[in-house]
Design a protein around this ligand. Structure first.
Ligand code: ATP
Length: 461
C-alpha cells in the first residue's frame, strides 16, 4: 500500500489537489482541486450520477439548497445528537476525538497517542456538535441562526412530497443528490479523508415497509460492485456491519463499505436502513403529512428508506490510492496511475516526435483538436518522448498518440499516414491510420486493447 505522503506530494506536483489558502499558511482541513483533480472528481460524480440516476428507471435527481429551515435539524436529530465526544489536553492545548484517540497524534515529541506522554492531562470527554452555525441576514441573534447542512439527505426528505407528486412516482423509487456538506470535525486529517467541507453523493431510496431488508441488501451489493467496476481492487474493499450499540439514532441497520486507505481500513460509504424515521419526524415537526397512497391496498403508508451515502472526496482519494503503482522499467522507476479510462482526467495525449518538423506539429495539433471533440485530450511537445510518456503515466492518461516522420513522410520515404498509439498499462504500441484513430479509440476506451492490438499490433515500445 502506498504511503499517504506520496499521494499528497503527487497530487500537489501534478495539479490534482492543493491545500486551501496555501499562501497564507493553509487551512488544514479544506482542500482545492486543481486542473486534473477537478476532472477526476467530476468524472467520478458523473459516473455515479449516470449509474445511479440516468441508467435506472426508478431514480430521479435533486439539487437542494445548503441552507435550510433550522427546524429541519431539530426534526432530523442533528441538533441533539450529531455530536462527537471531545477531549482537551490541558498541557499541549490539543483537541482530540475521544473515540478516535488511536488515530490522533499528540504534538509533543516523540510522536505518541494523546494521553500516552507522562505530561498529558486529558479532560473528561464532552459532546461537541458538528454543525457549522451561521446567521441568515444582518442581525446576529438566536432568531436568525442557520446551519450549513452536515449531510445532503435532509434536502431529499423535506422534498419527498414535491418530488413524488410532480413526477407521479410509485414505490419503490429513489432520489439522488450530489452536493457540499460541512462538519466542524474535531480532528480532521489524513489528507482529504476527513475535511470540514466535502461533497456527498447520496441516495434516499423509498420502499414499501416489509421490503426494506431486501432493498438494503440490493443496495449494499450494488454499491460495493460499483467501486470494483471502476477499478478498485476487490481485496482493498470490505463490508463492515455496524453492531447494535454503534447504530445511529435513525438506523435500523447500517453497513460501511470500507477501503484499505494508507492509514488502514476506513469508511468509504455507508449504507443504512433508516426505516420511516425521517419522514415521520418531518411530518411531526412540520405539521404536514408525508405519506404515500398505495393504490393497491388503498391505504396511506409512510415508506421506509434505504440510504447509500458516499463521499465524493473519499471516493476520489480511494481511486487515486488504488490506481497508484510503482514499477521498474529498463532499470528506471515508473510511477503510473492506472485509472479506469472513464475516470482518467486526461484520456489522450497527442505527442509530436519531432517538434522542429512543422508538418508533424501541424498534424498533431489537428489530430488533438479532432479528438478533443469527444475526449479530454492534450497536446505536449515540451520534452523528449520518453519523458512525455512518463509524465502522462504519472497522471493516469490511458493512451498516448505519437505523430512521427513516417506519418507525414520526408524526402527519403513516402508518408504512411499512420500514428502510434501507446497503452499506459502494458506500454505496448499499435500503429493505425490517422483516419481510423477515432474508431480505434472508441474501442480502446471500452477495454478493447487485446482485439485492437491483434489487428494493428507492432513490437513493444
Ligand atoms: P466517519 O465515521 O468517518 O466520521 P460518518 O459515518 O460520520 O463518517 P456519514 O455521516 O455516514 O459519515 O457520511 C456519509 C459519507 O460522507 C461517508 O461515508 C464519507 O464518504 C463522507 N464523509 C463524511 N464525513 C466526511 C468528512 N469529514 N470528510 C470527507 N468525507 C466525509
Amino acid at each position: 500500500m502506498v504511503a499517504m505522503d506520496k499521494i499528497v506530494s503527487l497530487c500537489k506536483r501534478r495539479g490534482f489537489i492543493f491545500q486551501s489558502s496555501e499562501i497564507y499558511g493553509g487551512t488544514g482541513s479544506c482542500w482545492d482541486y486543481g486542473p486534473l483533480g477537478v476532472e477526476l472528481k467530476n468524472n467520478i460524480k458523473r459516473a455515479w450520477w449516470r449509474d445511479s440516476v440516468q441508467s435506472r428507471g426508478d431514480m430521479v435527481g435533486l439539487d437542494a439548497s445548503i441552507l435550510m429551515h433550522p427546524r429541519v435539524w431539530k426534526a432530523s436529530g442533528h441538533l441533539d445528537h450529531f455530536a462527537d465526544p471531545m477531549v482537551d489536553c490541558k498541557v499541549c492545548k490539543g483537541r482530540f476525538r475521544a473515540d478516535k484517540l488511536e488515530d490522533a497524534r499528540c504534538p509533543q515529541k516523540p510522536s505518541k497517542q494523546p494521553g500516552q506522554h507522562d505530561a498529558c492531562q486529558l479532560t473528561e470527554p464532552r459532546m461537541f456538535n458538528l454543525m457549522f452555525k451561521t446567521f441568515m441576514g444582518p442581525v446576529e441573534d438566536e432568531a436568525a441562526v442557520a446551519y450549513l447542512r452536515p449531510e445532503t439527505a435532509q434536502g431529499i426528505f423535506v422534498n419527498f412530497e414535491n418530488v413524488q407528486q410532480s413526477m407521479r412516482l410509485k414505490l419503490p423509487f429513489g432520489i439522488a443528490q450530489i452536493g457540499e456538506s460541512f462538519r466542524t470535525e474535531i480532528t480532521p486529517g489524513n489528507f482529504t479523508f476527513r475535511s470540514r467541507e466535502f461533497e456527498q453523493m447520496e441516495i434516499e431510496f423509498f420502499v414499501m415497509p416489509g421490503t426494506d431488508e431486501i432493498w438494503y441488501q440490493r443496495w449494499l451489493d450494488e454499491r460495493f460492485a460499483w467501486y470494483a467496476k471502476y477499478g478498485i481492487r476487490k481485496e482493498n474493499l470490505r463490508l463492515r456491519e455496524h453492531d447494535k450499540d454503534e447504530l445511529a439514532h435513525y438506523a435500523k441497520r447500517t453497513a460501511d463499505i470500507e477501503y484499505l486507505f494508507p492509514m488502514g481500513w476506513s469508511e468509504l460509504e455507508g449504507v443504512a436502513n433508516r426505516a420511516d424515521f425521517d419522514l415521520k419526524q418531518h411530518a411531526q415537526f412540520s405539521g404536514k403529512t408525508l405519506e404515500y397512497f398505495d393504490e393497491e391496498s388503498k391505504q396511506k403508508i409512510v415508506p421506509f428508506v434505504i440510504e447509500p451515502s458516499a463521499g465524493a472526496d473519499r471516493g476520489t482519494l480511494a481511486f487515486l490510492v488504488d490506481a497508484y503503482r510503482e514499477e521498474e522499467v529498463k532499470g528506471e522507476k515508473r510511477v503510473v496511475l492506472q485509472f479506469h479510462p472513464e475516470l482518467a482526467p486526461i484520456k489522450i495525449a497527442v505527442l509530436p516526435l519531432l517538434k522542429k518538423n512543422p508538418q508533424i506539429v501541424e498534424t498533431a495539433h489537428k489530430l488533438c483538436a479532432d479528438l478533443r471533440k469527444r475526449w479530454h485530450s492534450v497536446y505536449d511537445d515540451t520534452a523528449s518522448i520518453g519523458r512525455l510518456y512518463r509524465r502522462q503515466d504519472e497522471v493516469g492518461t490511458p493512451f498516448c498518440v505519437t505523430v512521427d516522420v513516417q506519418t507525414v513522410g520526408d524526402e527519403q520515404a513516402a508518408a504512411d499516414g499512420k500514428v502510434t498509439i501507446r497503452d499506459r498499462d502494458n506500454m505496448q504500441q499499435i500503429r493505425v491510420p490517422l483516419a481510423s484513430v477515432n474508431a480505434v479509440m472508441e474501442e480502446l476506451m471500452d477495454g478493447g486493447w487485446a482485439e485492437v492490438h491483434r489487428q494493428h499490433g507492432v513490437a513493444r515500445g
